[in-house]
Ligand binder design. Structure first.
Ligand code: 2BA
Length: 109
């Protein structure tokens, strides 16, 4: 058993969940916030048999898009706090950031 964590854009969350459910995967959705953009994103937890991990990742990949977003940089131009000058930077969000973890034990009681 493996636990797949997938961090996706909020706009892709419903499509990714629907795709996973349609293919027999159970999903838990967590509302999360990205540390860099400080904006909401969606974290999906999917418990899957080891031999189905690639199938789940394929669906996540198909249903999540990569997007350009603007973020306000919190870096300072001189390295000192009193010289802080926010400026917009473009970042590419996703498609999806995926972690696959071993599950030591899984039970439904
Ligand atoms: P955020 O932290 O809000 O990051 C959004 C996007 O900003 C990232 O997209 C990346 O393109 C850019 N970014 C993040 N940190 C940066 C930095 N220190 N300098 C420059 N650009 C930076 P993704 O890489 O696709 O990540 C999307 C979301 O997935 C992230 O949202 C975060 O919530 C999560 N994530 C990504 N990598 C992670 C990791 N190694 N550990 C935990 N969460 C991660």
């Amino acid at each position: 058993m493996k636990l797949v964590f997938a961090i996706v854009h909020d706009d892709d969350g419903p499509k990714v969940m629907a795709g996973l459910n349609k293919n027999g995967f159970s999903v838990t959705k967590l509302c999360s916030t990205g540390g860099f953009l400080k904006a909401g994103n969606t974290t999906l937890l999917v418990g899957v048999p080891k031999d189905k991990v690639d199938d789940a990742i394929k669906i996540i990949k198909e249903k999540s898009k990569s997007r350009k977003q603007m973020a306000n940089s919190s870096l300072t131009s001189s390295g000192t706090a009193d010289m802080f000058v926010p400026y917009p930077v473009e970042v590419i969000f996703g498609g999806a950031t995926i972690f696959v973890l071993d599950v030591e034990r899984f039970e439904k009681v």
